[in-house]
Design a protein around this ligand. Structure first.
Ligand SMILES: *Cc1c(COP(=O)(O)O)cnc(C)c1O
Length: 500
């Protein structure tokens, strides 16, 4: 630039001083404008985009003033938010540490290695027996990478049915449509819970697995309030020669703290998200076994070959550049799992869920499986003469966030009869003991109102919403309940930045 400027300057000098001055001025102007253009593009969000910043502030306010009971959500730490907002977002680093397709990865390599090491440490795994891939962008891509790695196209897998508490990525499809890509590219056969007990029917799973002969069985849930019997899963897998993949997305925080049984002892592969009970960034991790898989009946040693297959399925199979800001955030979240405060937090998550379940039960609500061992519970609203949609709607109207969910025995997944409630996010904000009783009281008041409204409106959701928003008495009752909920909620601290 400057040598070119000098050249122009020299040329101008030859052309005569007037023109020279004009051109020189124009050039300096350009440099200045370029400089200020970059500067203005680097302004704070609140100066450069007040419209968007305002929406973020509104969302922050919503998060602070409501009760967050969506079982898969949590409020992450300042350290995680700082990683996510760091310069690491700028860097390309396709490949693995030490084997990158781009230069400049000296520190990125160290960060990814740290994330891998801490992920193993969080679950007390030895690097001789286990490896970790920390690049999956989230839980769903992590699961799909595993299937891509070890199941051939249209190979067979089994997972818990979505309406029974499984996850979409475990192969959900309906008679009309293949919903998840897992069911498009692989053949999936669901297993179910017993509709009377709400518990996984392991005997049926064994029978079906013997007929279906899957390559992979998934032990993992998005809505199930009891510990899984991984030993039983492993026996079934051994019986049919399948891999066992545990998907601990919901419970990975509880597992790290040792408050629920760990899937690692029995699993070949474990996948997880990092933003649910673990309280990390939105991301995913795949753990895979290394070394000896088994000794066959001829006495030959069969070794695991998962490491390369899984690493290559993640990249270059499915993803491009890793999200290094997320990987750093995973590293710092995994470090936190080793702090005594983290273990206390996870114990409190479970204690709060148990108290929530027994509180609601005491008010006459039916809890599927009769309670919970974990961070989540499922309320069956059929005897309360409410649907999941109506309950979810009124709770949202009073600033309590949860989600409708099918309960065992539900005929239609479109009109579920329950709500799923979780305690990780409330516990992060410091709710304990009596606070949970207050939450029970709020939920009960909202649901009793819902029933009154429903009696007036009839079964249809549109009519129900209409009555809810037009009936003067209901409107006043809802407004005052919402105010109480928000006042209560606002007392509790929220981690992260103050305003956004
Ligand atoms: C949440 C969840 C996932 C997927 O996570 P995303 O990050 O939303 O893709 C996968 N498996 C289970 C069991 C989950 O609960």
């Amino acid at each position: 630039m400057f040598s070119r400027a000098r050249l122009i300057y020299k040329q101008n000098h030859l052309l005569g001083s007037n023109l020279k001055v004009v051109i020189r001025k124009a050039f300096l102007n350009q440099v200045k404008m370029g400089d200020s253009a970059v500067k203005s593009l680097n302004a704070n969000l609140w100066d450069s985009d007040p419209e968007l910043f305002d929406l973020i502030k509104k969302e922050k306010k919503r998060q602070c003033s409501g009760l967050e009971m969506i079982a898969s959500e949590n409020f992450t730490s300042m350290a995680v938010l700082q990683c996510l907002g760091s310069c690491l977002s700028n860097k390309y680093s396709e490949g693995l540490p030490g084997q990158r397709y781009y230069g400049g990865n000296e520190f990125i390599d160290q960060i990814e290695i740290l994330a891998q090491k801490r992920s193993l440490e969080a679950y007390n795994l030895s690097p001789e027996e286990w490896g970790a891939n920390v690049q999956p962008l989230s839980g769903s891509p992590a699961n799909f990478a595993v299937y891509t790695a070890i199941v051939e196209p249209h190979g067979r897998i089994m997972g818990l049915d979505l309406p029974d508490g499984g996850h979409l990525t475990h192969g959900f499809f309906t008679p009309q449509k293949k919903i998840s890509a897992t069911s498009m590219f692989f053949e999936s056969m669901p297993y179910k819970v017993n509709p009377d007990t709400g518990l996984i029917d392991y005997d049926e799973l064994l029978k079906t697995a013997r007929l279906f002969r899957p390559k992979l069985i998934i032990a993992g849930t998005s809505c199930y309030s009891r510990a899984l019997d991984y030993k039983r899963f492993k026996e079934i897998c051994d019986d049919v020669g399948a891999y066992l993949m545990a998907d601990m997305a919901h419970i990975s925080g509880l597992v790290a703290a040792g408050v629920t049984p760990s899937p690692f002892e029995y699993s070949d592969i474990v996948t997880t998200t990092t933003h649910k009970s673990l309280r990390g960034p939105r991301s995913g991790v795949i753990f895979f076994r290394k070394g000896l898989r088994k000794v066959n009946n001829k006495g030959e040693m069969i070794m695991y070959d998962l490491e390369n297959k899984i690493n290559q399925a993640v990249f270059p199979g499915l993803q491009g550049g890793p999200h290094n800001h997320q990987i750093a955030a995973v590293a710092t979240a995994m470090k936190q799992t080793k702090e005594p405060a983290f273990i206390k937090y996870q114990q409190q998550v479970v204690a709060n869920a148990k108290r929530l379940a027994s509180g609601l039960e005491a008010k006459g609500y039916k809890i599927v499986t009769g309670g919970t061992d974990l961070h989540v519970l499922l309320v069956d609203l059929r005897s309360a003469k409410l649907t999941g949609s109506k309950a979810e709607y009124i709770l949202e109207e009073v600033s309590i966030a949860c989600n409708k969910n099918t309960v065992p025995g539900d005929k239609s997944a479109l009109n579920p009869s329950g709500i799923r409630l979780g305690t990780p996010a409330l516990t992060t904000r410091g709710l304990i003991g009596r606070d949970i009783d207050t939450v029970v009281h709020f939920i009960d008041r909202a649901l009793r109102l819902a029933r009154e409204i429903s009696e007036k409106s009839g079964p249809k959701l549109v009519d129900y919403k209409n009555v809810l928003h037009t009936d003067a008495i209901f409107k006043v009752k809802l407004e005052s309940l919402k105010e109480e909920v928000e006042q209560f909620s606002n007392q509790f601290p929220m981690p992260g930045y103050k305003e956004y």
